[in-house]
Design a protein around this ligand. Structure first.
Ligand SMILES: [Zn+2]
Ligand SMILES: [Zn+2]
Length: 352
């Protein structure tokens, strides 16, 4: 059951709007959460008072309520507040009167903005992608101005509270049943006006700076992998948090290896005779060389697998494999004797 709005504010049913405002002001002061930290009962009373005032301060809503009670407000009445910031933005004018200009929580709640995210494209070598690397990258981003400490006001001066929105950063227009809030046209949401802008940052509170950041690229990244560095983006506005930095990885091709997921593929040419008679070959790997035994009668294009010689799995144990494809080389520089022997060989096989 909802309480009666008039009794919540302890006013008469025919109280004048000034009386209602004064009663609300008194209750808001008494039950304000800053004055009653952790007191659930006070919080409830504070919300009830705000809701009652929202209805009784609006002549149309008050009339509906007087005629039909709470039912009359269904769909038109208070939508319920999701938190105190809501209440602050709806009743900025009253809170201005009640709490003066020093209520930092309200100002940061309405005007603070997270900084933008930044993108950095990083090219790394095939080997660095395989085994990880911790390069230092240099980015250009907004930093808090060191001269004015981010306030935007020339050192020794203070920003003043915006007269249009009275520090809230938003203006609320009432249009029949709806209240529409939008950014204040004079201060653009900042809630303050800077009369003497800081000369270093021209009043923005931020300066463009180059910044070196050491990043850690784990083994096994692929082209298109994206690293998120939380809080390394642009400086936020009016005390808001920094944005994030996204590093996009691009991997340069390798002259010998190709990548297929976490496997690496390479091609090795072997002499025709080795393919026929069998023998050993040396194969380059990511870390050195490996010897592979080629059995006799190995066909062209056969693939040999070196287990665990591929790319390490990203943030997991184990590695992919190395796949070695053998390509049979046909000699192009046969000497006289070689030709003669091959002809004899062909004759024996009835291939001439
Ligand atoms: Zn500055
Ligand atoms: Zn303003």
């Amino acid at each position: 059951m909802k309480n009666d709005y008039y009794s919540t504010l302890c006013v008469d049913r025919n109280a004048a709007s000034e009386e209602i405002k004064a009663a609300y002001r008194k209750m808001a002061l008494q039950y304000h959460p800053d004055r009653n930290p952790g007191n659930k009962e006070a919080e409830e009373k504070f919300k009830e008072a705000a809701e009652s005032y929202e209805v009784l301060s609006d002549p149309r809503k008050r009339e509906l309520y007087d005629r039909y009670g709470h039912d009359g407000l269904r769909g038109n009445g208070p939508q319920g507040f999701s938190g105190f910031e809501d209440i602050f933005s709806s009743f900025g004018d009253i809170f201005e009167d009640v709490f003066g200009l020093g209520s930092g929580r309200r100002r940061s709640g309405t005007a603070a903005r997270q900084g933008s995210d930044l993108r950095y494209d990083l090219k790394i070598s095939f080997m660095d992608a395989a085994f990880g690397i911790s390069p230092e990258i240099e980015i250009e981003r907004f930093e808090k101005c060191g001269e004015c400490e981010g306030s935007g006001a020339e050192p020794g001066t203070q920003p003043t509270v915006c007269p249009t929105c009275r520090g809230v950063g938003q203006v609320t227009r009432s249009n029949g049943f709806f209240s529409i809030s939008s950014a204040c046209p004079q201060c653009h949401g900042a809630g303050r006006i800077i009369e003497n802008p800081c000369r270093t940052c021209s009043g923005t509170g931020k300066t463009n700076a180059r910044k070196s950041i050491q990043i850690k690229i784990p083994p096994g990244v692929e082209t298109g992998s994206r690293l998120r560095l939380s809080g390394e983006g642009e400086e936020g506005g009016f005390g808001g948090p920094r944005g994030d930095l996204y590093v996009f990885i691009h991997i340069e091709p390798h002259e010998f290896f190709e990548r297929d997921g976490n496997d690496i593929v390479c091609r090795i040419s072997i002499p025709m005779t080795r393919a026929v008679l069998g023998g050993n070959i040396e194969v380059p790997t990511l870390e050195g060389t490996e010897r592979i035994k080629i059995p006799g009668s190995t066909p062209h294009g056969k693939i040999f697998k070196l287990k665990g010689k591929g790319i390490p799995h990203l943030r997991e144990f184990g590695r992919g494999d190395q796949l070695v494809q053998v390509m049979i080389e046909i000699p192009t520089d046969l000497g006289k004797k070689e030709k003669k022997l091959l002809r004899e060989f062909a004759e024996l096989r009835g291939e001439l």
